[in-house]
Write a protein that binds this ligand. Structure first.
Ligand code: ZN
Length: 388
């Protein structure tokens, strides 16, 4: 099941990556939305797989009713082998998660310390709290519930134009709720730290959010070359600490700066119908991969008796009433097999309908195995199907 989930994650992220590489000329906000949907899908996939009804494709038409039987027999074999393999894996995963949580807490403390060493700036026209730090730190925005901007100490001497350009970028982050998408990316990378594509997607989403804010600044009527020049100046003269990553969004980190300047000078980009289709197809891929799932297996396959050990296997009768009402599905039965090969007890674990359950129980009661030296339980799955 876990492997299937990992395959689905990989597929969703790969689809998002492919779509984005085909949308280089689209607005960065579209590419950001595609990464955000993909990472959100990865985060929600385990939950969606439970909530959404399972999808199965049947191309044939209803027939007379078919019965398929599969079974697993356990004969006093403990589950220790399965756990022996699982425990170190779970411990390894948990230690990665703990390391991620510690890193996130460290970032939160680092940004909070920076804020504590800052003083408020009176600028009511921007409608968000603005702080001036006591060092030459890169302008950044932080706090999920009450977004706040921190400017460097030298910002007090900045020209009105420079301050406006920098704040326009930070306000765009707030308006786009980028701190929330960053928080989502942070949690996805903490939980799925072992998946390299998750890290790649989170990094790409981050840089697309920077470009989307640049686009929003340029769209507000600013001269692109002026904005690009200020961006380079801020990147060159101010400090960004890696420890703030995940908790704050800065105006100009050195990564991807060249491509950002290139994009800013390229002017405003507009979305097309194709960009909307691309976003929609990621959402469809997520929903489809959540809904597509194999029949659940109730017990680990431990030991299987060769079919020759069954001496008598009475075929269950498909109840007419169930056929008429179109009821089909799997009835799972646990049977207690005595050392003489006879069935001591039959218990129905699950099934779609009472008539199917009774039909399955009735048949299994008459089964007979080859005598064995120990008693055991066998799990029998009987698939009542109306399709050929
Ligand atoms: Zn930014």
């Amino acid at each position: 099941m876990l492997i299937l989930l990992l395959i689905k994650f990989t597929l969703i992220l790969a689809i998002a990556g492919l779509l984005n590489s085909g949308l280089r000329k689209a607005p960065a906000s579209t590419r950001h939305l595609i990464w955000l949907s993909a990472l959100g899908g990865v985060f929600l996939l385990p939950l969606l797989s439970v909530i959404l009804p399972a999808l199965s494709f049947r191309l044939a038409h209803p027939g007379q009713g078919l019965i398929e039987i599969t079974q697993t027999l356990s004969l006093g074999v403990s589950h220790r082998n399965f756990l022996d393999l699982g425990t170190p894996l779970i411990c390894c995963w948990l230690s990665g998660v703990v390391a991620g949580v510690v890193r996130a807490l460290y970032a939160a403390i680092a940004v909070r310390t920076l804020a504590r060493n800052s003083r408020p700036l009176h600028a009511p026209e921007y409608r968000v709290p603005i702080l001036i730090s006591n060092g030459e730190t890169m302008p950044l925005v932080f706090r999920l519930f009450k977004p706040t901007v921190i400017l460097p100490a030298s910002a007090a001497d900045w020209s009105e134009r420079k301050r406006r350009l920098v704040l326009l970028h930070e306000l765009a982050h707030i308006q786009r709720r980028d701190l929330w998408s960053q928080a989502l990316a942070q949690w996805v990378t903490i939980v799925y730290w072992f998946h390299p594509l998750v890290w790649f997607a989170a990094r790409r989403m981050q840089s697309e959010s920077e470009m989307a804010c640049d686009e929003s600044v340029v769209r507000s009527g600013v001269t692109p070359s002026d904005y690009a020049a200020e961006l380079l100046d801020v990147a060159r003269s101010l400090q960004w600490r890696k420890s703030w990553s995940g908790r704050a969004l800065a105006v100009a980190r050195n990564s991807h700066l060249e491509s950002r300047v290139h994009a800013i000078l390229g002017g405003v980009r507009r979305g097309s119908i194709w960009t909307r289709i691309a976003v929609l197809s990621v959402v469809v891929a997520i929903l489809l991969s959540a809904a597509l799932r194999p029949e659940p297996s109730l017990v680990p396959r431990i030991y299987e008796l060769p079919s020759s050990t069954i001496l008598i296997r009475e075929q269950p009768v498909y109840p007419e009433a169930a056929k008429r009402r179109g009821i089909s599905g799997i009835v799972t039965i646990r049977a207690h097999v005595a050392p003489d090969g006879g069935i001591k007890e039959v218990e129905c674990l699950s099934g779609p309908d009472d008539t199917l359950k009774s039909a399955a129980i009735e048949a299994v009661r008459h089964w007979r195995y080859q005598p064995v030296s120990v008693e055991g339980y066998t799990i029998i799955k009987i698939y009542f199907s109306l399709y050929k």
